[in-house]
Design a protein around this ligand. Structure first.
Ligand code: CO8
Length: 379
C-alpha cells in the first residue's frame, strides 16, 4: 500500500486570561519565605531547619529568559497562605477545566485548517498531565466537538506534542485516519511548587492544537509537508513528580515537594542540550537536509540559554530570533505546548519550499522532532 503524503494544515493557540509577572511571583514567594523563616526562627537558629532563601526576578530572567507566564486561574497562586491556584470543582455533567482549555485551541486549529468536526477521525490530547485518568479528556473533547472515530490521552511530558504528531502522521500516512486533531491543554500550575525558589518561576498554562491530514484533502492557506518524524526516550530521574494514583494509599503527604514538579535543572541543562542537538542533526541527515538549509527552528521553550546552545552547537553561531523564535519570555515553560506556540506565532511568513523543524526535549528524557516544508499555497 502506498503511503499518503501528510501535512500540517492548521494550528491553534489559546492563552488563559491571567498573567503572573516575575515581580509578582517573587514578591509573593519572598513574603512567604519571610513568614516561614520567622515562624521557624528557633529551629533555624538551632540548625534543625534550613532557612528559605529569597528569590529574585533578575535571576529568573537571566537564568531562564522567562519574564511572564499565563495562569488558567490566578487566585491562590500569590496568596502566601495558599501558594497554589484555587480551581473550582466542576460537576461530572459539566465540561472539565482541561477539556475547556483544549476546546479553545482545537476550534482555532480547525478554523485555520478549514475543517469541520466530520473531517476528523482521531483526537489525541497530548500533554504533561491530565486532571483525571478516565474517561479520557480526549474523549470528552471528541464528544463536545461531535467528532466520530477514536480519541485518547497521551502523556509524554514536554515531548507529548511531538510524540502525538508522530502518531497522527503515521495514522494519516497509513490511511487509517483522514485527519487527526492533536491538542495540548497544558494546565501546569497545579503541579508547580510555588514555595520552591528553584522552580516556582518555570511553568505557565496554555493550550495549543494542530490539525494533521492528507495533502489530498488540504485546503488551508498555510500548510506544511511533514518530511519526517523522529522520537526517542532515555530514562532519567532528573525531572520527576511522584504524585500519582497510588499517593492516596501510600499515606504520604500529597503536599510534599517530591509530589510536585522537581528537577536537577543544571544536570538537565547539561545532558539534554547535546542530546537534542545530536537528535536534530541525525534526523535531518536521514532526510538529506543540511543544518544550514533550515529556515526556522521551532524549539521547545524551557530556557533561552538551552535554545541558544543547541542552535550554536549545530550552526556554529548563535541563531537569530528570526531563525529560532523565543516565546518563553511571555509564556514561560508550557511543557509540550512550547514548540507549538513558537510554530503558531512564527510560520505564516515562510515561503514555499522553506524548511523548518519542530523539536521538543524534556522529562523522561524524551526528544521528538518533526521536519516540515512549506507548501505552495495554491497546491
Ligand atoms: N532566585 C535567586 N537565586 C536562585 C533562584 C531564584 N529563583 N533559583 C535558584 N537560585 C540560585 C541557586 O540556588 C544557586 O545558588 P548557589 O550557587 O548558591 O547554589 C544559583 O542560583 C544558581 O542556580 P542553578 O545552578 O540552579 O541555576 P541555573 O543557571 O542552572 O538556572 C534553571 C536554573 C533555570 C532551572 C536552569 O538550570 C534550567 O533551565 N535548566 C533546564 C531545565 C529544563 O529544561 N527542565 C525541563 C523541565 S520541563 C519538563 O521536562 C516537563 C515536565 C512536565 C511539566 C511539569 C509541569 C509542572
Amino acid at each position: 500500500m502506498q503511503k499518503k503524503s501528510v501535512v500540517i494544515s492548521g494550528v491553534g493557540l489559546w492563552t488563559p486570561p491571567y498573567t503572573v509577572s516575575n515581580e509578582e511571583l517573587v514578591d509573593s514567594y519572598n513574603a512567604w519565605a519571610e513568614q516561614y523563616n520567622t515562624k521557624n526562627a528557633e529551629q533555624i537558629h538551632n540548625g534543625e531547619m534550613e532557612a528559605k532563601p529569597f528569590s529574585s526576578a533578575e535571576f529568573i530572567a537571566k537564568a531562564s529568559g522567562i519574564k511572564n507566564r499565563y495562569a488558567y486561574v490566578k487566585e491562590g497562586i500569590l496568596d502566601i497562605n495558599r501558594m497554589r491556584p484555587k480551581l473550582s470543582v466542576r460537576k461530572d455533567e459539566e465540561l472539565s477545566h482541561q477539556a475547556e482549555m483544549a476546546m479553545h485551541a482545537a476550534k482555532k486549529a480547525l478554523s485555520e485548517a478549514n475543517k469541520v468536526s466530520t473531517d476528523i477521525d482521531m483526537v489525541i490530547v497530548a500533554c504533561a498531565y491530565t486532571q483525571r485518568s478516565y474517561p479520557a479528556i480526549a474523549i470528552e473533547v471528541q464528544a463536545a466537538l461531535d467528532i466520530q472515530g477514536q480519541a485518547f490521552d497521551m502523556l509524554v511530558a514536554c515531548s507529548a506534542a511531538t510524540f502525538a504528531l508522530q502518531r497522527a502522521y503515521d495514522s494519516v500516512a497509513s490511511g487509517s485516519c483522514r485527519a487527526v486533531l492533536v491538542i495540548n491543554p497544558e494546565l501546569t500550575s497545579p503541579q508547580v511548587n510555588y514555595t520552591d525558589r528553584d522552580s516556582h518561576f518555570i511553568f505557565g498554562d496554555v493550550a495549543t492544537a494542530v490539525v494533521i491530514e492528507s495533502s489530498e484533502t488540504c485546503v488551508s492557506a498555510h500548510s506544511y509537508d511533514i518530511l519526517g518524524t523522529q522520537c526517542v526516550t532515555s530514562y532519567s530521574n532528573n525531572i520527576r513528580s511522584n504524585f500519582g494514583y497510588t499517593s492516596r494509599v501510600t499515606d504520604e503527604n500529597p503536599y510534599e515537594a517530591d509530589k510536585l514538579f522537581h528537577q536537577n535543572g543544571r544536570k538537565v541543562f547539561k545532558e539534554v542540550c547535546p542530546m537534542a542537538a545530536s537528535h536534530i542533526e541525525a534526523h535531518l541527515s536521514t532526510l538529506g537536509i543540511s543544518i544550514n538549509q533550515l529556515r526556522r527552528w521551532w524549539l521547545h521553550q524551557a530556557n533561552i540559554n538551552m535554545n541558544l546552545l543547541i542552535s550554536k552547537r549545530l550552526l556554529g553561531r548563535d541563531a537569530t530570533l528570526d531563525e529560532a523564535p523565543i516565546v518563553l519570555d511571555r509564556f514561560a515553560n508550557t511543557a509540550s505546548a512550547g514548540s507549538i506556540i513558537a510554530f503558531s506565532e512564527h510560520h505564516k511568513d515562510l515561503e514555499e519550499g522553506d524548511l523548518g523543524v519542530i523539536c521538543s526535549f524534556g522529562a523522561g528524557y524524551s526528544i521528538g522532532s518533526i521536519v516540515l516544508q512549506k507548501r505552495d499555497v495554491n497546491a
